[in-house]
Design a protein around this ligand. Structure first.
Ligand code: ATP
Length: 238
């Protein structure tokens, strides 16, 4: 039994000569929500891309439930149950809602399990059930975000990486999405949540890290971070 879903040790990532991650170390315990905060260009998306194998780390170690995945290919990492929902809700825009979900579960050989998972996604997102035949690209931004998360849920991930799920959404929809993230977590999904919206992320998360220009500058329980003056001034606009 490994209680840590994810461990990063001194991870460094470059884009050519740009040193985007300068030794990032963090942990995501199994069953928790951990948030990674930081302003534009801090390296949050780069951290997620490095974890999911879309970019190769140049140094450091990434462990997924005790297994070193630093050198693994992205498709292998996905098959281990580490699922990345990227920024900008990349769904299949020309396909219907239900077809998007079916594709999310295409690795499932058991047809009845796939149907069960789709039903579960529909229970969680009744709006998607009502729109199951609608073409993805015609959904609202919030519905597309729900579909992106729903598609990720099709594989019953062991760790979900969520990149700015609140981006560009109206406050009420953001509340909806956050409620669903909380529900997923209470059903047992471990989550690493990247957010620019520190207020909502810290409400949801158990623990948080703050990234600035490729380095972690602060970490702590989310209740502590919420009260920390450096956080309230820099990220909560107070
Ligand atoms: P945002 O919230 O704006 O998405 P972020 O914290 O996710 O910011 P990253 O997208 O990880 O930040 O970017 C970190 C740094 O790496 C930035 O300076 C960015 O310009 C740079 N960067 C990101 N992608 C590339 C790329 N493909 N080529 C070169 N530099 C890149």
């Amino acid at each position: 039994m490994n209680d840590l879903a994810l461990v990063l040790q001194n991870v460094e990532t470059f884009y050519g000569k740009i040193h985007a991650l300068k030794g990032v170390s963090l942990e995501v315990p199994k069953g928790k929500i951990v948030t990674l905060l930081g302003s534009n260009g801090a390296g949050k998306t780069t951290t997620l891309k490095t974890i999911s194998g879309l970019i190769q780390a140049s140094a450091g170690k990434i462990e997924f439930y005790g297994r070193d995945i630093s050198k693994e290919k992205a498709h292998k990492i996905v098959s281990m149950g580490l699922i990345h929902v990227p920024e900008g809700r990349r769904i299949f825009k020309d396909l219907a809602v239900k077809e998007n979900l079916e594709l999310g579960g295409f690795t499932l050989k058991d047809e009845s399990l796939r149907r069960k998972r789709i039903e579960h996604v529909f229970e969680m997102f009744p709006r998607l059930k009502d729109r199951q035949k609608q073409i993805g690209g015609t959904l609202s931004g919030g519905e597309q975000q729900m579909l992106a998360i729903g598609r990720a849920m099709m594989t019953d991930p062991k760790l979900l990486l969520l990149d700015e799920p609140s981006m560009g959404l109206a406050p009420l929809i953001v509340q909806d999405i956050m409620r669903i993230i909380k529900q997923l977590n209470s059903e047992g999904t471990t989550i690493l949540l990247v957010e620019q919206n520190a207020k909502i992320a810290l409400k949801l998360a158990d623990y948080g890290y703050v990234l600035e220009t490729g380095e972690l500058v602060m970490e702590g329980d989310s209740t502590e971070l919420r009260q920390d003056e450096r956080i309230t001034k820099a990220y909560l606009g107070e």
